[in-house]
Design a protein around this ligand. Structure first.
Ligand code: FAD
Length: 412
């Protein structure tokens, strides 16, 4: 029997109908998978993209974010409102709240879920921002120009604060660390972003942990801070990170990391035969960076599925290992912020341009090799930098520090 004939009798089951799950199904068809594909997702909505949720959609400037994919024409059996509850790899069965589903190959694409603020979940007026429903609930807050407290000055917190200011809300952002984006950028870089909040008219309170949130009376919330002060707001938006949505895999034998991610290998195979993992729910070993990476960004949810689809259709031998240069973007306070690569504290930091200005970049170098790049309003730096990182290019630090010199001309 030929490989294709054998595959045509097999079913790939994809669990999770976000970017990574949808891309897996689409890529399988594009790469010629002849067998059945079933895509299940817990949410009732037609699969949609998340980045617009904290941007245009929140402000009512976009009406939807659904992917432009014709599942029927592609022969993808899409089942919405189906949550996976367990996995029995020995039987090759996924249990769902609508009954068991058999598979020959299983792709885990359940994404991530937001970290909740303990004790605040049930307080009216406290919001998360992960799903379309979350964004729909937040739209009236912006339209009504309510006072808002944002907990967490990470990417989501900054984007929400941007939209809320644009809508005319009074915004206070509370951050437990001493600076915004503390988990991702070093102080020399992140300190410059403080000013962005002030310029947009948002108050940023760093070094303040939220100790409690309680109903504040008259349709408001009271947010208690570690210094004893209390903020009153019409709404509280919690943006303190996300964790892989893998709780349903407990007891299945699929190996998970301490961060909750499915421990995938360089072909995005999980520890159990026939099971793969893509997107926000999976970490993978990066030979490029010499460590395991868990990437919670859109481009990773786009790229990983190509690898899995290739492994399933043509096999590992003909598939390059998954080792991307991570990439993401953020739109905040009128700026387009992009990052490519991965840096460590020990890397040398090199500025391109004045961080007080509108457009600048930062390079991270190790032994002269470009490891990572952050660009604010300099998309050309990112376009060139991504390729240079891929090539492990060694930069001339003097030319690289000159923003007038195209980055690709700074290669030694
Ligand atoms: P998800 O998008 O989380 O999709 C997973 C899906 O699986 C969900 O629909 C979930 O309901 C479903 N699911 C979970 N558990 C189960 C289960 N047990 N059974 C069935 N289904 C299940 N990245 C950028 O690079 N730039 C940006 O500007 C940017 N903006 C963002 C804005 C917001 C508000 C958010 C939330 C994220 C943003 N991201 C951005 C990150 C990016 O959207 C994610 O990295 C990407 O969506 C990950 O895709 P995924 O398919 O892995 O996970």
């Amino acid at each position: 029997m030929s490989v294709r004939t054998e595959q045509s009798g097999q079913r790939v089951l994809v669990v999770g109908a976000g970017m990574a799950g949808v891309q897996t199904a689409v890529q399988l068809r594009e790469q010629g998978w002849p067998g059945a594909i079933t895509l299940i997702g817990a949410e009732p909505h037609r699969p949609y993209d998340r980045p617009p949720l904290s941007k245009a959609l929140l402000l009512g400037k976009a009406t939807g974010a659904a992917f432009d994919v014709d599942f029927g024409t592609l022969g993808i059996d899409l089942r919405l409102g189906h949550g996976a509850t367990g996995l029995r790899p020995g039987d090759r069965v996924v249990d769902t709240d609508a009954g068991p589903l058999p598979y020959d190959h299983l792709v885990l694409a359940t994404g991530a879920e937001p970290v909740r603020l303990p004790g605040a979940e049930d307080v009216p007026g406290v919001h998360l921002l992960r799903t379309l429903d979350d964004a729909e609930r937040l739209r009236p807050v912006l339209a009504g120009q309510r006072d808002v407290v944002v907990v967490g000055a990470g990417w989501i917190g900054a984007e929400f604060a941007t939209a809320a200011r644009e809508a005319g809300c009074r915004v206070t952002v509370v951050e437990a660390a001493g600076r915004p984006l503390a988990g991702v950028l070093p102080p020399q870089v992140a300190d410059h972003m403080r000013r962005w909040y002030a310029e947009a008219g948002a108050e940023l309170r760093t070094g303040h942990a939220v100790t409690a949130v309680r109903p504040g009376g008259a349709d408001s919330c009271a947010v208690e801070l570690s210094d004893g002060s209390v903020l009153t707001a019409g709404a509280v938006v919690v943006g303190i990170g996300a964790r892989p949505a893998t709780g349903w895999l407990a007891g299945s034998g699929v190996a998970l990391g301490g961060d909750g991610s499915v421990l995938a290998d360089e072909y995005l195979r999980a520890s159990v035969p026939g099971v793969y993992a893509v997107g926000d729910c999976a970490s993978f070993p990066s030979a490029r960076y010499g460590r395991r990476l868990l990437v919670h960004h859109w481009d990773n949810a786009l790229q990983g599925p190509r690898t899995v689809a290739s492994v399933l259709t043509v096999g590992e031998a003909e598939t390059p290992p998954y080792d991307p240069v991570p990439y993401f973007w953020s739109e905040q306070f009128g700026r387009f912020v992009q990052y490519a690569g991965h840096h460590e504290d020990a890397d040398e930091l090199l500025w391109r341009g004045d961080p007080a200005g509108a457009a600048w970049s930062v390079c991270w170098l190790r032994d002269g090799v470009l490891n990572a790049l952050l660009a604010v309003g300099r998309p050309r730096d990112i376009a060139q930098g991504r390729k240079l990182i891929e090539q492990s290019a060694v930069l001339d630090p003097v030319r690289a520090a000159d923003p007038a010199v195209p980055l690709k001309r700074a290669v030694r």
